[in-house]
Design a protein around this ligand. Structure first.
Ligand SMILES: [Zn+2]
Length: 427
């Protein structure tokens, strides 16, 4: 097919040259561009890899998961393969959402649900992910095209809809409730919702849906001037919801609804959006695979490279009724939670310590600090090849300085010098 398409491009070129009137060339140029995008599509479909049934830790060039499964061997993640059981919904496939979707796809997430109503424009090309040949496609379809090529193991669902409309909200809720991927889930069919939208109204809609479903979600945002951003973890009932304390309303008394002004072109940088997407997915991986500390809130100030963190409790006077219900449930479940924590603590103390890596291929052994102090081995710096000498004293010799006698000598020298100066001044 490649050869035929390339021949077609040559035909267009000769046709263009043969036309006497240059104004007729526009339509030929358009056809040429379409043929070029078909060539690149054909090339990308050739490189498509086949599905992988089980994630393997085998270290071979053809294994797409070897570097991820190594997290298990390094003792960071207990069971990496669990990632295939999880569903993550991403609302807003823009500068942050699309990059987050790609990261999760490359990590081998089980299922991704993508929501957006917008189409790809040339004005989006300052950001990562979308390509010029995808201009005009819906962002969800373009994302599915790219992501399914990168990792065909991920189950992708694309929802081209606006969640802030009545119909859109219904479909959004229905898709979150769908448990067909993993029937054992509790409240909803997804493990986490990531909000990557760019306006207050859509955030409030995600907040409403997640409070109703008691669904944990993470919010993300990048400022209009493109030099700061944040991520936030929202657990209904346990942490502040978006209506409990919308960050800007509290900080400056400004209504966020007035912020997205018509005709005002917000700035955006691929760097800031990439950083925020990275922080968001890092927190997602820690949350899902249970490693490290999951951040309740993490800000990013690009001008000062400052990353503030904080924790926000729910507001007992929150205007969102579903939030108040979740808060009540959380307080009622406290005795059960405490008992559970106690049991886990007891279980942990009963566990006997054992080496993390019983067999290690590098033959690394851990030596007690006191043993090192006792051992009187020659330092590696002593063993110089024949003919070479040290220019500086060794650490052992250096520590010998300054000897008290030598100190007194230098003080004598100083006093002598002062006497000489005094004599000069007297003259
Ligand atoms: Zn609330």
């Amino acid at each position: 097919m490649d050869v035929e398409l390339k021949e077609m491009l040559d035909d267009f070129e000769s046709l263009k040259r043969a036309l006497p009137d240059p104004s007729h060339q526009d339509s030929i140029i358009k056809l040429q561009r379409r043929a070029e995008s078909l060539i690149s599509l054909a090339q990308s479909s050739h490189a498509r890899r086949s599905k992988v049934k089980d994630m393997s830790a085998e270290v071979i060039d053809s294994n797409p998961y070897s570097r991820l499964m190594a997290l298990q061997r390094m003792g960071i993640v207990e069971n990496y393969e669990r990632i295939r059981e999880f569903s993550v919904a991403i609302v807003g496939i823009g500068g942050v959402g699309s990059v987050a979707a790609e990261m999760l796809t490359r990590c081998g997430i089980g299922r991704l649900l993508l929501y957006d109503y917008d189409t790809v424009e040339l004005a989006n090309m300052n950001r990562l992910f979308f390509r010029p040949e995808q201009v005009g496609m819906t962002k969800t379809d373009a994302a599915v095209q790219t992501l399914s090529d990168i990792n065909p193991d991920v189950v992708l669902e694309s929802y081209t809809l606006n969640i802030t409309t009545v119909k859109g909200f219904e479909t959004f809720m229905e898709s979150l409730r769908n448990k067909s991927f993993r029937p054992s889930t509790h409240n909803s069919g997804v493990d986490l919702v990531l909000s990557c939208v760019d306006n207050y109204e859509a955030r409030m809609v995600v907040n409403q849906a997640c409070n109703e479903l008691s669904q944990t979600w993470m919010e993300s945002g990048v400022s209009e001037d493109a030099v700061s951003g944040h991520i936030q973890l929202l657990i209904p009932g346990e942490a502040a919801c978006f209506a409990c304390a919308p960050p800007l309303v509290v900080a400056s008394g400004v209504d966020e609804r007035t912020l997205k002004r018509e005709g005002v072109c917000a700035a955006s940088l691929p760097t800031t959006m990439g950083v925020v997407a990275g922080l968001l997915v890092q927190n997602t991986l820690k949350f899902l695979l249970k490693f490290g500390q999951v951040s309740p809130y993490l800000g990013y100030n690009a001008l000062k490279d400052y990353f503030p963190t904080m924790q926000m409790k729910p507001n007992p006077q929150c205007s969102n009724a579903a939030c108040l219900e979740r808060q009540k449930e959380y307080i009622l479940a406290k005795p059960a939670r405490d008992a559970d924590a106690k049991a886990k603590e007891a279980e942990a103390s009963n566990l006997t310590e054992c080496p993390i890596h019983a067999d290690n291929e590098w033959n690394i052994s851990v030596i007690d600090d006191s043993e090192i102090e006792r051992t009187d081995f020659p330092s590696s710096s002593d063993a110089l090849p024949e003919g070479l000498v040290h220019e500086l004293p060794s650490a052992v010799e250096f520590q010998k300085f300054p000897e008290p006698e030598e100190m007194s000598t230098s003080i004598d020298d100083l006093e002598d010098l002062r006497r000489q100066l005094d004599a000069l001044n007297a003259n």
